[in-house]
Design a protein around this ligand. Structure first.
Ligand code: AMP
Length: 454
C-alpha cells in the first residue's frame, strides 16, 4: 500500500516523502480515509504506531481546502496531556504541513502566556494545546472557536489519569457542537468509553498493535536488592554491561534528581526529566540524550510518557511504579525490531505490593536474579500469581490545580511478608498487545471490548 492511494494531495505527499516514509502504518491506512471522509474516529493506538501522522496528515488535507483561520480563531484543536507531547505533535504538524499555507501554534503551561497570546492573534489553522493553558487563554479572550472544524484528543487515557476530565468537559462546552471528533487512546477503558459517549458520533473504531510489535521481544527480570544499594547496583550494571544508553525510571521527581547526581558523581553522564524541570531543561535533556551527549536519561512516568525516543536496549526500573499499568508503558520503551530489549527492575522488600500488582496485571511472575555483591539483607518475600480479575478503576477525583498529577509518594512501608510459596521462574513477560488492526463502525461509543482493555 502506498500513501498515494489514500487521497492526499501533492504538497502533503511531498512532505511524507521528505520524512522518508515509504508506506503508511496500519493506523494511517485506516485513519486517513476515515478522517478525510469526515467521520468521527476512535482509535486505540500507542506511541510508536504512527498515530500522530495518522490524524495530522488527513487533518492538514482537509484544512487546506477551507478558508484560513482568522484572527484568534482556531480551525482544528489537538488536546494533549503533556507539554512534551504537545511539542512533538506541533513538530509533526509543522513537518507534514511545510508545503501548505496553514498556520499552526502550540500552547502549554509552565511558560509565559503573553507570547502565546501574541501568536494567537494571527489565528491558528491547527492549535496544539494542553487543557489548562487552553482554558486560561480562552478566559483571557485570546481564543475563539467560531471556525472550529475538528477536535482531536491525543492520549485521552493519560488525560483522564492526570485528572483533566473537568478541563476536557469545560473545553467541550465552549466548542461548536457541529464538528468532527477524533479520539486517540492507548486503551479503550470503561472511563474512555464513558468520555467517548459524550464526544464522538457513530465513530469508526480502529485498533492497532504498535509498529514492530510482533518482532519485538523484551527480556525481563528483577534484582532483589536493598534500597540503599540500588544506586551502586545501577552503576555496576551500566559499567559491567558497557551500556551505551539506558532509560532509568524513578517514581518520584526527587528520586530522579538524586539518581542523576549520583550517576554523574560516578562519571556517568546523566540527565533528569520530570515535571519540575523547566520546559527548556526538558527539551535540552531529550535532545542531549537523542544525540548521545548523555548516556542515561532518568525520567518519571509522566515526563517519559509520549516522548519520542527510539526504543532502547535497556530500561531500568530504579523503583517500581505505584500504578501497575505504568510498568507496561515503561518496558514498552525497550525491545527493537529483531533485537531483544532488557527491562530490569531493582526491587527492595518494601516494594512487594507494587510487584504483586504488576504481576497480577501482566499475569506473569517476574524472574528474580540475585547478584552476589548485592544480596539483600531485607529479603523480598516470594510472590504467587494472583489470578483474580482486576476490577475497573473508579474515576479519579479532579485535581484542584492543573499541574501534572503528582508522581507517587513514597510512603509504602514494608508489609508483612507473604506466606512462602513457590515462585515460577523465568517466564518471558509481554505487555498485552492490542487487537490486530481492524476497522469497523460502531454505534455511538459502543461498548465493544478490545484486548487492550484493562
Ligand atoms: P507516533 O506513533 O506518532 O509517535 O510515531 C512514531 C514514530 O514513527 C515517529 O518517529 C514517526 O516519525 C514515525 N513514523 C510515522 N509514520 C511512519 C511511516 N509511515 N513510516 C515510517 N515511520 C513513520
Amino acid at each position: 500500500m502506498s500513501f498515494t492511494k489514500l487521497g492526499l494531495s501533492a504538497p502533503i505527499l511531498k512532505a511524507i516523502e521528505e520524512q522518508g516514509y515509504t508506506e503508511p502504518s496500519p493506523i494511517q491506512a485506516q485513519a486517513i480515509p476515515a478522517v478525510l471522509e469526515g467521520q468521527d474516529v476512535m482509535a486505540a493506538a500507542q506511541t510508536g504506531t504512527g498515530k500522530t501522522a495518522g490524524f495530522t496528515l488527513p487533518l492538514l488535507e482537509k484544512l487546506s481546502a477551507g478558508p484560513l483561520a482568522k484572527s484568534n480563531q482556531v480551525r482544528a484543536l489537538v488536546l494533549t496531556p503533556t507539554r512534551e507531547l504537545a511539542a512533538q505533535v506541533a513538530e509533526s504538524v509543522k513537518n507534514y504541513g511545510q508545503h501548505l499555507p496553514l498556520k499552526s501554534t502550540v500552547v502549554f503551561g509552565g511558560v509565559k502566556i503573553n507570547p502565546q497570546m501574541m501568536a494567537l492573534r494571527r489565528g491558528a489553522d491547527v492549535l496544539i494545546a494542553t487543557p489548562g493553558r487552553l482554558l486560561d487563554l480562552y478566559n483571557q479572550k485570546a481564543l475563539k472557536f467560531d471556525q472550529l472544524e475538528v477536535l482531536i484528543l491525543d492520549e485521552a487515557d493519560r488525560m483522564l489519569d492526570m485528572g483533566f476530565i473537568h478541563d476536557i468537559k469545560k473545553v467541550l462546552a465552549i466548542l461548536p457542537k457541529k464538528r468532527q471528533n477524533l479520539l486517540f487512546s492507548a486503551t479503550f477503558s470503561p472511563e474512555i468509553r464513558d468520555l467517548a459517549k459524550g464526544l464522538v458520533n457513530n465513530p469508526v473504531e480502529i485498533s492497532v498493535t504498535p509498529r514492530n510489535a510482533t518482532a519485538k521481544s523484551v527480556e525481563q527480570w528483577l534484582h532483589p536488592v536493598d534500597k540503599k544499594q540500588k544506586i551502586d547496583l545501577l552503576i555496576d550494571l551500566i559499567a559491567d554491561g558497557q551500556w551505551q544508553q539506558a532509560l532509568v525510571f524513578s517514581r518520584t521527581k526527587h528520586g530522579a534528581n538524586k539518581i542523576t547526581k549520583q550517576l554523574e558523581a560516578a562519571g556517568i553522564r546523566a540527565s533528569a526529566i520530570h515535571g519540575n524541570k523547566s520546559q527548556g531543561a526538558r527539551t535540552r535533556a531529550l535532545a542531549d540524550f537523542k544525540e548521545g551527549r548523555i548516556r542515561i536519561l532518568v525520567a518519571t512516568d509522566i515526563a517519559a510518557r509520549g516522548i519520542d525516543i527510539e526504543e532502547l536496549p535497556h530500561v531500568v526500573n530504579f523503583d517500581l511504579p505505584d500504578v501497575a499499568e505504568d510498568y507496561v508503558h515503561r518496558i514498552g520503551r525497550t525491545g527493537r525490531a529483531n533485537a531483544t530489549g532488557q527491562a530490569i527492575s531493582l526491587v527492595s522488600a518494601d516494594e512487594l505490593d507494587q510487584l504483586k500488582a504488576i504481576e497480577r496485571l501482566t499475569q506473569k511472575l517476574i524472574e528474580r536474579r540475585y547478584m552476589d555483591d548485592f544480596f539483600p539483607t531485607h529479603m523480598l518475600p516470594d510472590t504467587t500469581l494472583d489470578t483474580r480479575p482486576i476490577k475497573p478503576k473508579k474515576p479519579k477525583k479532579p485535581k484542584v490545580n492543573r499541574a501534572p498529577a503528582k508522581q507517587g509518594n513514597s510512603n509504602n512501608k514494608a508489609k508483612k511478608p507473604a506466606p512462602k510459596a513457590d515462585v515460577t521462574q523465568g517466564q518471558g513477560l509481554r505487555s498485552k498487545p492490542l487487537a490486530p488492526a481492524r476497522r469497523n463502525r460502531k454505534p455511538n461509543g459502543g461498548a465493544q471490548k478490545t484486548s487492550g482493555d484493562q
